[in-house]
Design a protein around this ligand. Sequence first.
Ligand code: CP
Ligand code: NVA
Length: 307
Amino acid sequence: MSRPARHFLTLLDLGADEARALLDRAIALKRMLADGRDYRPLARRTLAMVFEKSSTRTRVSFEVGMVQFGGHALFLSPRDTQLGRGEPVEDSARVLSRMVDAVMIRTFDHEKVERFAAHSRVPVINGLTDRFHPCQLLADMQTYREHRGDIRGRRVAFVGDGNNMCHSYMNAARLFDFELRVACPEGFEPDADLLDSAGPCCTLVRDPREAARDADLVVTDVWASMGHESEQDHRAAAFAHYCVDATIMAAAKPDALFMHCLPAHRGEEVTAEVIDGPQSVVWDEAENRLHAQKALLELLLVGGPLD
Ligand code: CP
Ligand code: NVA
């Protein structure tokens, strides 16, 4: 009997030591690529990528990562597969996982990736759901490590919607052992059960400057995530005081970094001055999606480094 597949649906699917090792590996893979070293641990392997929402970074980083590893990636959209015509997710999982070596899914309900994973013979990776965006956090944690070293014991401010990115930062605070302060307007809090399980490492405040006070890292995300576009006007009013600007950055430590998973809306959740300024590391953060996910694919598909 073969072993059950190992999935990555939330950050907490990794152990703390394993997560740190994965960041080190991502940094090593980045260096290997820059040095022009050929490393193809996934030769003849295929990743299916199911996208029920739009994507630039996630799609390109997974596809390019598979190519660099000697494998192949398939882009599957519900518009032109049976996934969009009501074929049960369990059946799609059984079929796809008999043909490909791993499946990445970006969808709405988190429960859908859980159901898919429960019926898949091969690893399933969460490429974003309404509840979590764990791949982004691997890149964010790699970026912090590259610029500032270990994030353990540091203070992070998440300013904005209590959304999938906020939830993933809450998981990251538990896994990587940092203090997280979330500042959000009333009615846009993160999930109460997740907040409870995060325990003392995560606190909720209303004032974004209080969240940012003495922070080592300030993070924000869009006010209206994919699927919430019709609430844009209502959200713009509710979030008016939550734009990460120079005054919020001034509350943080002088060497604090700024991150945003992108795509960003300058003038809404962040000013151009901040996102295009010297404390912003958003382009490294975006690039690191490639390196961090290559380390993840290597771990899930072949168990770790083969070089
Ligand atoms: N940050 C992120 O996941 O970007 P995409 O939506 O472009 O994939
Ligand atoms: N919270 C955003 C993240 C996009 C990468 C969304 O879900 O649309």
